[in-house]
Design a protein around this ligand. Sequence first.
Ligand SMILES: CC(C)(COP(=O)(O)OP(=O)(O)OC[C@H]1O[C@@H](n2cnc3c(N)ncnc32)[C@H](O)[C@@H]1OP(=O)(O)O)[C@@H](O)C(=O)NCCC(=O)NCCS
Length: 167
Amino acid sequence: MSGIQFVVSEKPEELILAASLIDKRDDNAHPLDHQAFFRARVVILAKTSQGDIVGCAAIKAGEGSVGELGYLVVSPLYRRQGIAQGLTRKRIEVAKSRGISMLFATIRAENTSSRANLLKAGFIFWRDYLSIRGTRNTVGWYYLALEDNIDVEVVMQSLVGDRTPLV
Ligand SMILES: CC(C)(COP(=O)(O)OP(=O)(O)OC[C@H]1O[C@@H](n2cnc3c(N)ncnc32)[C@H](O)[C@@H]1OP(=O)(O)O)[C@@H](O)C(=O)NCCC(=O)NCCS
């Protein structure tokens, strides 16, 4: 991973390049909602020493003390070099600096690489739920408390709403 930098970006021209990287995602994800992506609270880019954008990750649009991770992608030629880990660590660092007290993420059960990336960064598995999009996908919910006094049960329950957990 030598020479890769992890930087917060708000530059429209860079966000457009990041969106095109996400558009090419090969994990069978739903098409990117570009407007939602441009409203993200934080976008982190992985850049080579030449300035090429080879990875992207975000804290999604929203307000308040809970943030949702999303839009993680690393260019296929740059995988297995720790870039997703770097992007995720940077998201955690920026979240703390912006007063976010808890992060969460949802991942389809078959995405073992993304799951491993989250667990390696310290996230904790909460529960599996059936996708509410009617796709029959199983979606795992994960969280990371960034402060000591978080009532995880209350926060997670409020996030999952009336979804029924899979047992
Ligand atoms: C998931 C993804 C972002 C991982 O990027 P990456 O830079 O290759 O990941 P890293 O090198 O930082 O790997 C971090 C850890 O994740 C796990 N991991 C990553 N890729 C993996 C794979 N193909 N198989 C198994 N575990 C994997 C490993 O535990 C790895 O640590 P290790 O290399 O020390 O064993 C990348 O594969 C990708 O862009 N996939 C398509 C988009 C996607 O699935 N996004 C996430 C949607 S929720």
